[in-house]
Write a protein that binds this ligand. Structure first.
Ligand code: F0G
Length: 431
């Protein structure tokens, strides 16, 4: 297996420590077999086996050499691409699609990277897998480790991850270690301890995670008959997805499978936007920040994949934007009220679409795909708080407040006659 350091360019042949000697992150270097798009079309008819997965359907572009008997799959992917009038009107982007990665088996896009990295862990004889997480990676890793019979150790920032995700990690049987610190502290501990404690690291530092996440782009393009949109907008935290999208598009172009790549827009939460500062300020190096945002999934101040992500933005003539917590939660309310639904971090892409359209960066006729990264049910606390008006710093424009009523039909009838008794969806989304 061959890897390349994205910082110093050196070739590396084993994943010991998961980074290059210079500290740079590694990427998988492929020798691709001969492949045509018809193969992927043909596999759409598979009802079971690895090729029914929306990741392994593209095996030749992701992990050409692994034997199908080593593959640990749920299967994952096969997520929907939605058009919703309410979301288009809200963002001002008429031709907008939502790719809902919250429809993966454990409720987030992480399953796409996890199936590949866990399969590789099994292939390479690992017995203990570990990750630092803001929640979704730990949920996904715990599920795949349980399936593969591996011991799972997760490091999470204490009190900082949404309940749906914590519940998953515990229920799937992982050892959960709550670190008194931030995600960045947890990530540092995993990096420092992996060699000594013999952990196989399943963060997106592991280049196989990135290989699996490329399939979001492959599947989205296939759903669009291989017609690229003008833009792909993606919520950004640790920057694994931004990096994966860039690599996917680069490789598709190299193979002659697409002619023109869409532009990538990476959207951060305002209080956790070191990548935005780097890109905006044309800095050479990422300056870490102390992160603060309601979108706990992307509450990250020192993202590991920033070098790869910067390449992705540069190569696709992309942009980096940031959105406030109020913009995130209001965009989420619109996505939710359209019947699609997502967790807070996911709505950063939709909030970003509105902001970039208003600024004229996204043109009136341009086609946009927003990635929704996680399921609505991941973070019920913040959804309920928003609708109850209990988020102090958020201007909850689309709150759908529940009402209390005496248990008799007259009271209910009186209530339903009130003009403001309309459901929020009819008022704001009109979908
Ligand atoms: N959206 C959700 C729902 C996430 O869980 C994450 C990352 C992101 C966006 C950001 O993606 O890191 O590729 O830029 N969650 C990680 C975790 C960090 O531990 O679950 P990225």
């Amino acid at each position: 297996m061959k890897y390349r350091c994205v910082r110093c360019g050196r070739s590396v042949y084993a994943l010991n420590g998961f980074t290059c000697g210079c500290g740079g992150t590694l990427e998988v270097v492929h020798t691709f077999p001969e492949i045509s798009l018809e193969v992927f079309e043909h596999r759409l008819s598979h009802m079971d086996g690895p090729f029914s997965s929306g990741v392994w359907r593209y095996k030749e572009l992701i992990h050409p050499r692994i034997g199908t008997d080593s593959i640990v799959t749920r299967p994952e992917g096969n997520t929907n691409l939605y058009r919703r009038g309410g979301v288009s009107r809200y963002t001002g982007v008429e031709r907008l699609q939502l790719k809902h990665e919250g429809e993966n088996p454990t409720g987030s896009f992480k399953d796409r990277g996890m199936t590949v990295a866990v399969s590789e862990a099994v292939r390479s004889g690992a017995s203990v897998v570990a990750c630092a997480s803001t929640g979704n990676t730990s949920a996904s890793m715990a599920a795949y480790a349980a399936q593969a019979g591996l011991k799972a150790v997760v490091f999470i920032p204490e009190g900082e991850i949404a309940y749906g995700k914590l519940a998953q990690a515990l229920a799937y049987g992982a050892q959960v270690i709550q670190v008194r610190g931030s995600f960045d502290d947890a990530m540092r501990i995993v990096k420092e301890s992996s060699s000594e404690l013999g952990f196989y690291v399943l963060n997106s530092l592991n280049p196989w995670r990135i290989e699996g996440q490329k399939s979001i782009v492959f599947e989205m393009l296939q759903q669009r008959s291989w017609e690229p949109p003008d833009w792909i907008l993606v919520p950004a935290g640790n920057l694994g997805n931004t990096a994966a999208f860039g690599k996917a598009l680069r490789e598709l172009k190299q193979l002659g499978l697409i002619e023109k790549a869409p532009r990538i827009a990476s959207i951060q939460a305002e209080g956790a936007s070191p990548f935005y500062r780097l890109w905006r300020g044309k800095l050479n190096h990422l300056e870490t920040v102390k992160p603060e945002t309601v979108a706990s999934a992307i509450k990250i101040g020192n993202p590991v994949s920033w070098v790869k992500a910067l390449d992705a933005i540069r190569e696709t003539d992309g942009v980096v934007e940031r959105v406030s917590d109020t913009e995130i939660m209001n965009a989420k309310a619109i996505v939710d009220a359209s019947g699609v639904g997502c967790e807070p971090a996911s709505a950063a892409s939709v909030a970003g679409a509105k902001k970039l359209r208003e600024a004229g960066v996204i043109g009136l006729d341009e086609e946009v795909v927003c990635i929704l990264t996680g399921n609505l049910l991941k973070d019920p606390e913040n959804t309920v708080k928003y609708h109850l008006g209990e988020m102090a710093s958020i201007d909850a424009l689309y709150a759908n407040r529940p009402v209390k009523v005496e248990p008799d039909v007259d009271s209910i009838e009186r209530l339903l006659r009130q003009p403001n008794g309309q459901p929020v969806e009819a008022v704001v989304a009109g979908s």
